[in-house]
Design a protein around this ligand. Structure first.
Ligand SMILES: NC(=O)C1=CN([C@@H]2O[C@H](COP(=O)(O)OP(=O)(O)OC[C@H]3O[C@@H](n4cnc5c(N)ncnc54)[C@H](O)[C@@H]3O)[C@@H](O)[C@H]2O)C=CC1
Ligand SMILES: O=CC(=O)O
Length: 317
């Protein structure tokens, strides 16, 4: 169990009959897994560990998979549906922290906080006269208030992003799979239409066949030289190769990324640029997210063994 810290594993082990394949000396875990397979009723899926049809075919007693992520596309859901296995995910447990990071990335790209922090160490012996001191840097002039922000994916995270950006006075519009009657902002069914009406894009939709490279070369070109893209969804929502080329040529204004197309690989060209802010897919790496996740897991395990209703079941139809 790589993702959870020891006290949580201990908590689980004191309440349930826990079998952790990472306790095995066998690096593939396969022999231990095979030995216990017929007894396992619940699989706790840590991180996006793949749950293939091969694995499912070993676990003949399996009734429930408790996911620890928002997306559960690493789990073979059609096979779960066929075998009558229930799957749960984390729902809103992570949404606020991901939205916070999205807004943090945006402010940092626009105001270059990380960049000037790194530059401070390069300026020894300057007189501490604040205006002169500050003017040594290319001061940023980007205001957040009044920016037209297009949200791609008005789900749980998108809605939290909007709450925060409204407080800055941003002008919001969105693209999503469908128009949401409860959302009072202009809806553009075509992402290209959204972009031509936006200064900033915040990308936080689910990655599906349909949304793969939804932010392609044409979309990014339409956003223009001053346009900024923030991506906290999945790397492959953006055509990363094209994004790098456009950034290098100065054809988009800047990016803030928590996710990459081929993690943990980060295109090295990005490190030469001063209009990017990067984080290593760590939007949910907070104690609050982990606490919420752990409570959710324990709730669902207890509910399952007590034949009670589970939280956050994924629709497998
Ligand atoms: N950076 C990180 O650590 C995290 C990233 N995520 C990513 O954020 C994504 C969104 O999470 P939530 O808001 O909780 O999910 P959600 O299910 O509430 O929202 C997903 C949104 O994607 C939209 N969408 C689906 N298909 C679309 C299409 N074809 N075109 C446009 N929009 C489409 C849906 O309409 C929905 O509004 C997750 O799928 C996950 O990939 C989630 C948690 C943490
Ligand atoms: O990226 C994390 C997730 O929960 O999805």
């Amino acid at each position: 169990m790589k993702y959870f810290h020891f006290p949580f594993k201990h908590r689980l082990a004191t309440q349930f009959n826990l079998f952790d394949p990472f306790d095995s000396l066998d690096s593939t875990c396969s022999s231990l897994l095979c030995r216990h397979a017929h007894n396992i009723r619940v699989l706790l899926c840590v991180d996006p560990t793949p749950v293939s049809s091969d694995l499912l075919s070993l676990l003949l007693a399996l009734e429930l998979i408790v996911g620890s992520t928002v997306d559960v596309d690493h789990i073979n859901l059609p096979e779960c549906g066929r075998c009558g296995i229930t799957v749960t995910n984390v729902g809103v447990a992570f949404s606020e922290d991901v939205a916070d990071l999205a807004v943090g990335l945006l402010i940092d790209v626009l105001r270059k906080i990380s960049l000037v922090t790194a530059s401070l160490s390069l300026l020894p012996g300057l007189k501490p006269v604040i205006t002169h001191w500050a003017l040594r840097f290319n001061l940023t002039h980007n205001w957040i208030g009044g920016k037209r922000v297009g949200v791609v994916g008005m789900g749980k995270i998108g809605s939290e992003v909007v709450k925060r950006l409204q407080a800055f006075g941003c002008i919001i519009s969105y693209n999503s799979k469908r128009k949401k009657s409860a959302i009072p902002f202009p809806y553009y069914p075509d992402v290209y239409e959204l972009v031509v009406n936006s200064d900033v894009l915040v990308v936080c939709c689910a990655l599906t066949e349909e949304t793969h490279h939804i932010i392609n070369k044409d979309v990014m070109t339409a956003l223009g030289k001053e346009g900024v893209i923030i991506n906290v969804g999945r790397g492959a929502l953006i055509d990363e190769k094209e994004m790098v080329k456009l950034l290098v040529r100065g054809e988009i204004g800047g990016v803030g990324l928590d996710v990459f197309e081929n993690e943990p690989h980060v295109p090295k060209e990005l490190f030469q640029l001063d209009n990017i802010v990067l984080s290593p897919h760590c939007a949910v790496a907070t104690p609050e997210c982990f606490d919420a996740l752990e409570e959710l897991i324990v709730f669902n395990l207890k509910a399952f063994f007590a034949n009670k209703t589970l939280w956050l079941m994924v629709n497998l139809e």
